[in-house]
Ligand binder design. Sequence first.
Ligand code: GLC
Length: 414
Amino acid sequence: MYQPKPTKGKTDWFVQDRFGMFIHWGLYALPARHEWVKQREEMTDEQYAPYFKYFNPVRFDPDRWADLAAAAGMKYMVITSKHHDGFCLWDSQYTDYKATNTPWGGDLLKEVVRAFRERGLKVGFYYSLIDWHHPDFPVDRIHAQRNHPERARLNEGREMSRYRDYMKNQVRELLTNYGKIDVIWYDFSYPGEGGKGRDDWDSEGLEALSRSLQPDIIINNRLDLPSSADIYTPEQFQPRGWVHVDGEPVVWETCQTFSGSWGYHRDEATWKSPGQLIRMLVNTVATGGNLLMNVGPTARGELDMRAEAALGVYRDWMSQHGEAIYGCTASVHKAPQDCRLTQNGDRLYAHIFAYPFKHLHIDGFGDRIDYAEFLHDGSEIHFSVDEENTARLELPVVQPPVEAPVVKLYLKPA
Ligand code: GLC
């Protein structure tokens, strides 16, 4: 069993809970064509201004979001307090570019935090290091104005040191005014020529500030301080095994989307199937990680029907299979064919990805199996063990009506 390297922040709850909700919400919900729309379409501040002027999520109902997350089995939430466009969901005293100055007029972050906390979910803030609105943030190689004919002139007078102070002031607000914050998710560094890294952000200063204000807080790995990160965050792909950094296993969390973009994207048709959604969660825990699954609320403040349906897939599956996820990790045993294994002490869960006819063979430790059952309905599964120590489980011919059915194995003490 891998023992991940110890963390400075408190990760015991994190590796227990395994499943969280990521929320990307901001002005980009109005254009509804990717949260990087300002950058991708090289929009000026003036061109982006209508989204601020008309931001009015009249159907904003964070209690509904939190209900859906809790029902889906998610145990924590990470929300974009500020994304790369610089827009702030909270009432920051260091900028006018915030929700309270839009037609909506309120502190959205406060409401979201309240709703999720009331339902027992832990709370995390995503905070963008990048800022395509702040007047001191240089027009660098990924800035929205990178191809502006007068880029040099635009860069005159910009002072990164003032922007560093701005970030620290904002982080101090976020980590002081909203109660206990369990995760801070900085995004992101792109060191090298024309990019930004630890010295540009003063990552060490941000880390020290975060830990001094919230001693238990978990800090992700995008500050460009590889060895002091608590969690590592592979994005939009599924690691094949436990994530290692410098040869050492680490605590990790993969973040994923339902359809590709993080912000609400009206026209995207690449929504993942129910089977994919379940397999992503299982694959993640079976390789020792957490899954942070993203929703992008609309400009009205709702999760659209497709997102609600996808959360419903998790709700239905997790209500019957949660114990094969919470507190589980990669198994020391080799998974049977077409299966993934998750393990919690002497309970082993075989997630069947391709349903066989009609035997499941478990090689090498048949003598350790005391009892076997389907997890979703608790029905017994008969098995025999041969002289090679392979257990042969007798499955019903027809797959039970659940995604990736789980066989729960009770192991005898080793
Ligand atoms: C990326 C993107 C971003 C998204 C994030 C989530 O770094 O810049 O839009 O917020 O990943 O992991």
